[in-house]
Design a protein around this ligand. Structure first.
Ligand SMILES: Cc1cc2nc3c(=O)[nH]c(=O)nc-3n(C[C@H](O)[C@H](O)[C@H](O)COP(=O)(O)O)c2cc1C
Length: 168
């Protein structure tokens, strides 16, 4: 099996996991924004990872196009620490028919690293949350991330994905 990791990352969390996975599997990791079909020609299996933005895995469609005819394994890197209901929703939104093996890797939240429309959108959401005390309590962690980055990244989070790949 000739395998590589392909990823998209806005604030660096997915890139950290892509790097960890590629080190563990001793294979290359490619940033999708700098990669074309030719670069991936030599691989038969691709692990694609992207950040979750409103339940959707970024650049998944592009990744599928680049990996046509290859085996794919997909991981989503989100801002929740591993909430089952959220993970199920992310999976159902992106891989509704179990077409690909799927893993959720908890990334984190970093407001300072957001740019453009994401920064603007998050500021609006923050204002909306702050209008009500009950929302402030419910989204406490999210609000804190505006002042201090949150990271859930740990080496052990990739264990299941690596074990799966080793069964192929
Ligand atoms: C506009 C926006 C929407 C987001 N939506 C979700 C979401 O629906 N579910 C989730 O778990 N995380 C969500 N996140 C958090 C990101 O997925 C998380 O920060 C991720 O680790 C970013 O990965 P990156 O650093 O590789 O870009 C959102 C972040 C932003 C900026």
């Amino acid at each position: 099996m000739k395998i590589a990791v392909l990823y998209k990352s806005n604030t660096g969390n997915t890139k950290k996991y892509a790097t960890m996975i590629s080190k563990e599997l001793m294979c290359k990791a490619y940033d999708i924004t700098l990669t074309d079909k030719k670069a991936l020609y030599q691989y038969d299996t691709i692990i694609y990872g992207g950040p979750v933005i409103i339940y959707k895995i970024k650049k998944l469609r592009q990744a599928k196009r680049l990996c046509k005819g290859k085996k794919m394994i997909i991981f989503a890197c989100g801002g929740n620490p591993g909430i089952e209901e959220e993970i199920r929703k992310i999976k159902n939104t992106n891989i509704p028919n179990n077409e690909y093996p799927f893993f959720y890797l908890p990334g984190g939240l970093n407001f300072a690293k957001q740019k453009g429309i994401f920064k603007f959108g998050l500021t609006l959401v923050k204002k909306w949350i702050e209008k009500k005390q009950e929302r402030k309590e419910k989204y406490d962690k999210f609000l804190k991330s505006f002042y201090e980055p949150i990271s859930y990244i740990k080496e052990e989070n990739i264990i299941d994905l690596i074990s799966f790949v080793n069964t192929l």
